[in-house]
Design a protein around this ligand. Structure first.
Ligand code: GLU
Ligand code: ZN
Length: 521
């Protein structure tokens, strides 16, 4: 934390809804919209292109998108890449691909354009220079010539407990002094002149939030080298892009009072429509312990979920639960249902813990909801990248995948799990590896009996296979079902656990079944 972010120590005052309040307070669109018509709602998702999207950011994107769709408003994608050193060209594409995969389509932004283009901040340098000049001219901002050493030396002289941060030394430098400094080319930053008085706003999630002005020092808008900072460009673009609502993570709450001050200054100099957006700070997402889920934590990056075979709707459903729920008695819902029911005033302010197991379970529920065709298509890329089918699959491979889909549907939590579970259907008989320890000398009689029973079958379907195997192994050899079918499963699938055995054998077909039983006997 920099010395200027003092809200951590003092904490803003909040009077949010208490957690015990009934969840179903009546919708209060007047509080959310004020005098806006619903379709005038304009929200934004402003990520930095740092590569893999953090799931906390995905949650912010989701809530903004749902909010926009609920009211029939506009969802803007804006890329905040003024910190140029960190951005790799492919990170932009990762960002666009990620949102597209999630289905969080944007109405304005890179690729689609819009009335406030460009939407990539590195292309908006002129805009920021112009606004900074106007802020200086109006007196809302001023040039500060202090070196870091000078600021720190003065800070060291302050009495204990005094608000820290920049002391306003250059606020009212005499004109001659400024001229003199400029004539020798003294470097300067641009600072915001933060007015006295408390900064108060009605947070749509947390209720009234109040910051004492003494904890909001005059902060830097433009670096000495002319680079505009996040503190400037983010509110300037919100103003110019006529953003009406800002839903974002609670970690950004300390910067909100500075932004509120800037929006008000921008309104006075005629930048944007002169309206400060309404804020809603979404609850912190906790990882292990009581720490925020950090970029370094496993499970924090979107790419992992895609690779493991999460469905976008499953992941989004889980992320919605980090702060919002459709009902007390129901966790699983579609994006459409969420759009219909979403109410930002029902977002809970309490930190939400990221629970990977629950996330997986919600995803599993969404897999169960798919029809066979959709599930088959969703499985294809996983079988392609495992080299089990051609790209695209041959018609036979496709038909086999379609037959497999209903067998795995109730058994997988993520799509990638299907690969290991049914790879036995896609490999050559000779290439099948049986996991160690599944077959022993005692397996012999069961395998022989199974082979004989199956060889003689007239119709090779699951029901006939089951009847034949039960007759031969359970009744014939007097084996308990587990001992009877375990070796057969191992010989045919290579694994201890598989989709239902008799259906699997039907899909494997007579020829492969007999070949595999012969090979291990
Ligand atoms: N670029 C900022 C971030 O990704 C935007 C924060 C905001 O929503 O205002 O943290
Ligand atoms: Zn100064």
């Amino acid at each position: 934390m920099s010395a200027t972010s003092t809200t951590e120590e003092t904490g803003p005052t909040q009077t949010g809804p208490s957690p015990d309040q009934p969840v179903h307070a009546p919708r209060d669109d007047a509080r959310v919209l004020g005098d806006l018509a619903p379709e005038q709602v304009r929200v934004r998702f402003p990520p930095s292109p740092t590569g893999n999207l953090h799931v906390g950011n995905v949650r912010s994107a989701l809530f903004n998108w749902v909010f926009a769709r609920h009211y029939g408003g506009t969802f803007v994608l804006r890329v905040e890449d003024t910190d140029a050193g960190r951005n790799l060209a492919e990170s932009y594409q990762v960002l666009y691909d990620s949102l597209t995969w999630l289905g969080l389509t944007w109405d304005e932004g890179p690729g689609v354009g819009g009335p406030y283009a460009p939407y990539v901040q590195s292309e908006r340098g002129d805009v920021y220079r112009d606004v900074a000049a106007r802020l200086l001219e109006s007196g809302a901002a001023y040039r500060c010539y202090c070196t870091r050493e000078e600021i720190e030396a003065r800070e060291a002289l302050l009495p204990k407990g005094a608000p820290s941060g920049y002391d306003g030394f250059c606020r009212d430098l005499p004109a001659e002094r400024v001229e003199q400094l400029e004539s020798v080319g003294a470097p300067s930053v641009v600072r915001m002149r933060v007015p006295d008085g408390d900064i108060v706003f009605d947070d749509l999630v947390r209720g009234e939030v109040r910051f004492a002005a003494e904890h909001v020092p005059d902060y830097v808008l433009v670096r000495a080298n002319g680079e505009p900072l996040y503190t400037l460009v983010n509110p300037v673009d919100d103003a110019l892009m006529e953003i009406t609502h800002v839903l974002r993570g609670e970690d950004l709450l300390p910067s909100t009072p500075r932004q509120v001050v800037l929006y008000e200054a921008l309104a006075r100099i005629g930048v944007g429509p002169g309206r400060t957006p309404r804020f809603g700070h979404l609850p912190t997402v906790l990882g292990g312990g009581n720490r925020r889920l950090s970029k370094r934590d496993k499970g924090s990056g979107l790419a992992e979920y895609r690779e493991q075979g999460y469905l976008p709707e499953g992941l989004l459903n889980y992320l919605a639960l980090l702060g919002w729920s459709i009902a007390e008695d129901r966790d699983v819902f579609t994006l459409d249902e969420m759009v219909e029911a979403f109410d930002v005033l029902r977002v809970n302010a309490n930190p939400a813990r990221f629970d990977p197991r629950k996330c997986e379970a919600i995803n599993a529920s969404h897999i169960r909801l798919l029809d066979t065709t959709t599930l088959t298509e969703a499985l294809v890329p996983f079988f392609v990248s495992a080299d089990l089918v051609a790209d695209p699959p041959t018609p036979e491979q496709h038909a086999l995948l379609a037959a497999v889909a209903p067998l795995v549907q109730e058994r997988i939590q993520t799509l990638s799990e299907a690969v290991g579970m049914v790879s036995f259907l896609f490999v050559d008989d000779a290439a099948l590896q049986v996991e160690d320890g599944l077959l022993t000398a005692q397996s012999g009689p069961a395998l022989t009996a199974a082979r004989d029973a199956l060889a003689g079958l007239e119709t090779f379907d699951a029901a006939s296979i089951e009847a034949a195997l039960r007759a031969a192994l359970v009744e014939g050899l007097g084996l308990k079902p587990r001992l009877a079918f375990g070796p057969v499963r191992a010989a045919l699938t290579g694994r201890k656990i598989s989709p239902p055995l008799f259906e699997s054998i039907e899909l494997l077909g007579r020829e492969s079944t007999l070949a595999r039983l012969d090979a291990v006997r």
